[in-house]
Write a protein that binds this ligand. Structure first.
Ligand code: ATP
Length: 279
């Protein structure tokens, strides 16, 4: 369980990045932390991990306060940073050196994930591409089997087949006792993987909704002509007509289009928040 109360943080005292942010996350869900560039997604994750510390407010991860950096807490959490910085050693050596910290590290799972990503484990970390490095670190993170797994922009640098593989790997590695947070502004990559969406905007989490609850209230569809859709909240025109977000007044069953939803909330923030009783 992660419980954040009135979290306030800034790199400079008079310039807050997060202001009185509240958030409660429960086990068994993959959360998508969405927000525009610079809204503070990484800063939030780094505070939950105890890498940087709040100015005020309280963060609780199970019975730990991250800023205390207790060993039991640090062992239960793995964060893949947005920028990966690796030593000049082989992948095998990396796993041997860094895995002992994680008592449930699964070497055979690590090998399997490297095979899935088509990366020879004898490769040197300085002699593979940025995308390949990122895949090694994703595989390492999953193999740690920590209760908390935070992935900051994990699909940056991954090619399209690898993004697809990433979604598959995360979905199959996920277990009910874990919390995964994937922070990104590349929302399209995460369709079908996320259980609950968190939107960070204006220094706060302005929306926390399960995907099922979003599609109960909103529908996402493609129409040739805008007159074919009622109660439209947001639309985008394209070559094949329009994609729309509309109020779901007749309990239609449609699939969440995360990118469209994110764009809609950027343009129609108050209207969408009011539908979710967040205003
Ligand atoms: N080390 C730092 N020192 C000072 N300011 C920083 C530092 N790191 C981030 N910032 C600022 O804090 C704000 C939030 O940055 P953060 O990296 O948390 O945002 P983000 O939502 O993760 O962005 P992105 O999507 O671009 O990765 C930005 O305005 C950024 O310029």
């Amino acid at each position: 369980m992660i419980n954040i109360q009135n979290l306030t943080f800034g790199y400079q005292k008079n310039k807050l990045v997060l202001d009185n942010l509240n958030l409660k996350l429960e086990q068994g869900k993959i959360y998508g932390l969405l927000g525009a560039n610079g809204t503070g997604k990484s800063s939030l994750l780094h505070q939950i991990c105890g890498i940087i510390f709040p100015q005020s407010g309280k963060i609780q991860v199970d019975n730990h306060e991250p800023a205390q950096r207790e060993l039991d807490f640090l062992k239960s959490i793995y964060i893949l940073p947005e920028e990966v910085d690796t030593p000049n050693i082989s992948i095998t050596a990396y796993a041997e050196i860094y895995s002992p910290f994680y008592e449930n590290f699964d070497f055979s799972l690590f090998d399997q994930l490297l095979t899935d990503f088509e990366i020879p484990k004898k490769s040197n970390l300085h002699e593979i591409s940025y995308g390949q490095k990122k895949k090694v670190m994703i595989a390492f993170g999953i193999a740690t089997q920590t209760k908390y797994l935070f992935l900051d922009e994990p699909t940056n640098g991954l090619d399209i087949p690898s993004k697809k593989q990433f979604r598959k790997i995360i979905a199959s590695a996920f277990q009910d006792d874990k919390i995964i947070i994937i922070s990104t502004h590349q929302v399209r990559d995460l369709d079908q993987l996320i259980d609950c969406i968190l939107i960070l905007d204006d220094k706060k989490i302005i929306l926390q909704e399960n995907v099922d609850d979003i599609t109960e209230k909103l529908l996402f569809k493609q129409v040739l002509d805008l007159s074919q859709a009622a109660n439209v909240i947001y639309s985008e025109g394209g070559l094949k007509g329009h994609v729309v977000v509309a109020e779901n007044l007749n309990q239609e069953n449609t699939k969440l289009d995360m990118e469209l939803f994110f764009n809609a909330i950027t343009v129609q923030k108050n209207l969408i928040l009011s539908l979710f009783n967040k205003l």
